[in-house]
Design a protein around this ligand. Structure first.
Ligand code: DGY
Length: 318
């Protein structure tokens, strides 16, 4: 008999076909995201759960399941899951590392350029029929080539962002609680700096850390005070790493030059005042959103799920 699983949201067709052959699945929803009460009802009696980062898999959900063996998250981040509690109950948790690294690094660079060269603003200006001819002082952005890039979180994605920075002859500095070995630092041409030193000296600061109790509000009101007035802040990791209210204030008072956000503190809610600001570019959490990558993520999560249900060690155990 095939094991019973809950897939909280319909996956791409290839991943659904893979799962159909191997498990009996109930689909949570094909709409935006599964409502809490439906999640609590549908999880009952399931052995496996394939979740998205928008599903809060906490104690209540885990307890409601009863006999859960594995939670396969279709994301590299697992901050939506109470991993500690799952572990206590002997439930495996898996994620999808690696496959989204390059795609997320690409998007980070798209955000850097969008902010530095004011691309969305210039597009709005042109569409509004405001372009009356070349002007020396029109849409004056900030240079990227040769500047100092500060990377917070030098894991897979941080390193992929650093590799791209070399093409722009940037000076790369990074902060991470786990310092890279000297060889990796040399290959990436990246130097380690304490967080405050990185913040006070970087022209572009980009966040690639996981969300943990230690990184929540890592970028606070005090940290904005350290940053350069010309600095650009990018977040394509997790929203709560930045105190969003403090960011609004920093942008309003021009304590920094601009920001590019793919993630938000209370996603999908966004601080209303951000919408009023021209010095911020806002994206709807699309860091890994290419067809190829999302398919790899879905297939990886599906494979992890099936491995766990068979009693094998899943490839991507957290
Ligand atoms: C992840 O996998 O954690 C990303 O945020 C999805 O883009």
């Amino acid at each position: 008999m095939k094991p019973e699983v809950l897939i909280t949201h319909t996956l791409l067709p290839e991943a659904m076909a893979y799962l159909k052959k191997r498990v009996n699945s109930e689909i949570g929803t094909s709409e935006r995201s599964l409502r809490r009460r439906d999640l609590l009802r549908k999880i009952r009696g399931k052995e496996g759960l394939l979740s998205l980062l928008t599903d809060a898999i906490d104690r209540e959900v885990i307890d409601a399941a009863g006999e859960l063996k594995i939670i396969a998250n279709c994301a590299v981040g697992t901050d939506n899951i109470d991993v500690g509690y799952a572990r206590e109950k002997g439930i495996l948790v898996t994620n999808t590392p690696g496959v989204l690294t390059e795609t997320t690094a690409d998007l980070t660079w798209a955000l850097i350029f969008a902010v530095a060269r004011m691309i969305p603003e210039a597009d709005r200006f042109t569409r509004a029929g405001e372009f009356k001819g070349w002007a020396l002082d029109l849409c004056l952005g900030r240079e990227i080539t040769g500047k100092r890039l500060g990377i917070i979180g030098m894991g897979r994605i941080g390193q992929a962002v650093a590799r791209r920075a070399r093409a722009f002859h940037m000076e790369i500095v990074y902060f991470d609680p786990l310092r890279l070995n000297p060889n990796d630092e040399k290959n990436l041409r990246a130097s380690f700096l304490a967080l405050d030193d990185l913040l006070s000296s970087s022209d572009i600061v980009t966040i690639h850390a996981s969300l943990t109790p230690q990184t929540r509000h890592l970028i606070s009101k005090e940290k904005f005070r350290l940053m350069k007035k010309e600095a650009i802040l990018i977040n394509a990791a997790r929203g709560p790493i930045i105190d969003e209210k403090a960011l609004v204030e920093a942008l309003q008072k021009k304590k920094i030059w601009g920001a590019g956000l793919d993630v938000y503190e209370r996603e999908p809610a966004i601080e209303k005042d951000l919408f009023k600001l021209n010095n911020v570019v806002l994206l709807p959490h699309i860091g890994s959103a290419s067809y190829e990558t999302r398919l790899k993520m879905a297939l990886m999560a599906a494979k992890n799920l099936v491995q766990g249900l068979k009693g094998e060690k899943p490839d991507n155990l957290v």
